[in-house]
Design a protein around this ligand. Structure first.
Ligand code: IMP
Length: 209
């Protein structure tokens, strides 16, 4: 067997795909992980019609596996991931709508809207969490799934430029700084995505190694 393993990530978000590569390599360092994105394979946009992160993760993984059936990539495992931010003061929003929170959906506008909505809200009421759900699918259907979360506070101003999305506003309680200020290694150690991947590692080892 070759020491390269390929996973198709049914996503166009390069920030997430970079994190998958780093975290999988941490858990299984002997293998060279190759992640192909929806853009690499020309996968059509998948509509996120689910009402939970887990549902959307399954929808993405299954859509990817269906699309690959009959192509030269049909043997590859597809990974669907849905993640986002839940803010207590916003009744759990933006939640599954995190990527399309503001009208433009750009990171800059999403962060600005979040700051505006929480204007004047005291620190101890700005509690939130990132959540991630991941599902793996092949031609037979869903083969594994997992979730992870990390607690935070929405900062009163943008801090740092690392990461992506809401990271400059996400003050991670466990780190004492925002994910925008954290190094890749610091974010990876505690992130919602890391915790979701951790739950999948036994299945990954069983299925792919
Ligand atoms: P998805 O591509 O539909 O899963 O959208 C997830 C959205 O949630 C992203 O576009 C970000 O706005 C936000 N998000 C999820 N995970 C993270 C993260 O690790 N950092 C920053 N924003 C995140």
């Amino acid at each position: 067997m070759s020491d390269i393993r390929t996973i198709v990530v049914v996503s166009r978000n390069q920030g997430k795909i970079r994190e998958f590569k780093r975290i999988f390599s941490d858990y299984v360092p002997d293998v060279k992980w190759r992640f192909l994105s929806a853009i690499d394979l020309g996968l059509p946009e998948v509509e996120e019609t689910g009402s939970t992160f887990a549902e959307n993760a399954r929808i993405k993984a299954l859509a990817g596996a269906k699309y690959l059936a009959g192509t030269k990539y049909s043997g590859y495992i597809c990974l669907g991931e849905d993640s986002g931010l839940e803010v207590d003061k916003l009744d759990g929003g933006p939640g599954v709508n995190s990527h399309r929170f503001s009208e433009s959906g750009s990171d800059e506008d999403n962060n600005k809207l979040l700051l505006d909505l929480l204007d004047g809200v005291p620190w101890d009421e700005r509690t939130c969490r990132y959540k991630a759900a991941i599902a793996l699918a092949d031609s037979t259907g869903i083969i594994a799934q997992s979730t992870g979360s990390v607690e935070g506070i929405i900062h009163t101003e943008l801090r740092g430029t690392n990461g992506f999305g809401y990271d400059p506003l996400f003050y991670a309680v466990e780190l004492g700084k925002t994910f925008g200020e954290a190094s890749d290694a610091e974010k990876d150690a505690i992130s919602h995505r890391r915790r979701a991947i951790q739950g999948l590692i036994p299945a990954i080892k069983r299925i792919m190694l």
